[in-house]
Design a protein around this ligand. Structure first.
Ligand SMILES: Cc1cc2nc3c(=O)[nH]c(=O)nc-3n(C[C@H](O)[C@H](O)[C@H](O)COP(=O)(O)OP(=O)(O)OC[C@H]3O[C@@H](n4cnc5c(N)ncnc54)[C@H](O)[C@@H]3O)c2cc1C
Length: 407
């Protein structure tokens, strides 16, 4: 059996290694269009490679995927985070968990992961074809004819497509021509630009738990929020961008958000805290006594936004002032105009429609013998190691080349 794995990223390597492990007799050739292998692994996690996330319950794990949640449920039953940790450990790479659940190699170096994958592939006899893109796939009897960039053709019995995301629909044309439906690609994981908002002056300020709502939609996410010199970032914003990738693209990245600076706090909670200040601290200046635990620079900014003068006391604030303050704390509106990529880290929402892929084998339901792995499918996760986890899982399963057809 000849197997072509197309794409030398995380999913492609895992698929090639898994093919050789499950079918030692097979000839496995990995085609990579670039001259470097595993280039995203190299730069990932700030050069440390956030391999996976310490979430060991399959059902919980799927909740971190805006696209692919249902599809991955079954797949994680075959290869999950526990398997990833074990897989690397038994090949000499120990992983550690950071406070927020992200898992990295203990060396803090992505090269450790690259060395592990390339060494294993070489030991098993995976053949690597660098700088040789697969341009076209023809279905022929018992297999496929690949047209390669170097103008040669190559016959294989099975193909695993692991070519990653593509920002443009044209990038999927060769797969669409095989009969596959493509969910149009749009970016996910980006930060919000607010060119006209003064809040940018507070760059560097972090709020531990804010809730973001996108006006006119059902999008709502909570988490830490970071003010940057071009707008807002941090987990609350990145999660909103991931879950709302398609909606925000339709809005052409021009929309308004409502920020609840106090996370999930409700009006009654805020009013009773204010009453307490008025009863017990009526002579203290509002600017100096901030009962909500917000960063001082933000508290000052929100008071100025409501034209509450610098030296006003809790006793002097008045009903009108209280109402304005409550509204700003819970429903502060900002205009978003455009987006910026988060630390160059992004994933594509969209790709091969999951309805046409088996979630127990990764085989195409349209073209028998053709398999998919990784981000080329309409699967993407939020930040934290979830994107690599789906690449390992789907690569491992695709490499098993089940289904028994024409082996
Ligand atoms: C800067 C950055 C940092 C990231 N950090 C993290 C992180 O820390 N943790 C995390 O979970 N996720 C992270 N991600 C997301 C993660 O890198 C991707 O989700 C993951 O790499 C997808 O793996 P893949 O193998 O499916 O695709 P890719 O890694 O994109 O690999 C696809 C490969 O296929 C090749 N290819 C494409 N077309 C062809 C063709 N026709 N013929 C031959 N070869 C072809 C490409 O050149 C590429 O090498 C990060 C992404 C970026 C951009």
């Amino acid at each position: 059996m000849k197997v072509a794995v197309i794409g030398g990223g995380a999913a492609g390597f895992f698929a090639a290694i898994s093919s050789k492990q499950h079918h030692p007799e097979a000839e496995v050739i990995l085609f990579e269009k670039g001259y470097k292998l595993l280039s995203k692994v190299k730069v990932s996690g700030g050069g440390r490679c956030n391999v996976t996330h310490a979430c060991f319950d399959g059902n919980q794990l799927t909740k971190h995927y805006p696209r692919g949640e249902k599809f991955l449920k079954k797949a994680f039953g075959q290869f999950s985070t526990t398997d990833t940790v074990e897989w690397f450990e038994t090949r000499g790479v120990e992983l550690k968990t950071e406070e927020d659940g992200r898992m990295f190699p203990i060396t803090d170096h992505s090269q450790t992961i690259i060395n592990c994958l390339t060494d294993k592939a070489s030991q098993l006899g995976v053949r690597l074809e660098l700088q040789n893109a697969v341009l076209y796939i023809d279905r022929i009897e018992n297999g496929f004819n690949l047209s390669l960039k170097d103008e040669t053709h190559f016959f294989v019995n099975k193909i695993i497509v692991a070519t990653g995301g593509s920002p443009k629909l044209e990038g999927f044309e060769w797969l669409r021509e095989l009969g596959h439906k493509i969910e149009p690609p749009v970016p996910s994981l980006f930060t919000f630009n607010m060119p006209e908002e003064k809040i940018k002056e507070l760059m560097g300020v972090v709020v531990e738990n804010a809730t973001i709502k996108v006006q006119g939609t059902k999008l709502k996410q909570s988490g830490p929020l970071l003010i940057t010199h071009w707008g807002m970032s941090g987990p609350a914003i990145l999660k909103t961008s991931a879950w709302g990738a398609r909606i925000l693209s339709d809005l052409n990245y021009n929309f308004k958000i409502q920020v609840n600076w106090l996370g999930e706090a409700k009006e009654n909670d805020v009013r009773s805290l204010i009453q307490e200040q008025q009863a017990n601290h009526h002579k203290r200046m509002v600017v100096n006594r901030n009962p909500f635990g917000l960063p001082a620079r933000l508290w000052e900014f929100l008071l100025q936004k409501n034209e509450l003068r610098d030296n006003i006391t809790w006793g002097e604030i008045g009903q009108k002032g209280i109402n304005k303050l409550v509204n700003t704390l819970l429903n502060d509106v900002y205009e978003v105009k455009g987006k910026t990529t988060f630390k160059e880290e992004f994933v594509t929402c969209g790709g091969i429609a999951l309805s046409e892929v088996s979630n127990s084998t990764m085989e195409s339901k349209i073209v028998p013998g053709l398999y998919f792995a990784g981000e080329v499918m309409d699967i993407d996760g939020i930040t934290g190691g979830f994107n690599f986890q789906s690449a390992w899982t789907t690569g491992f399963i695709a490499g098993k080349l089940l289904n028994g057809s024409s082996i």
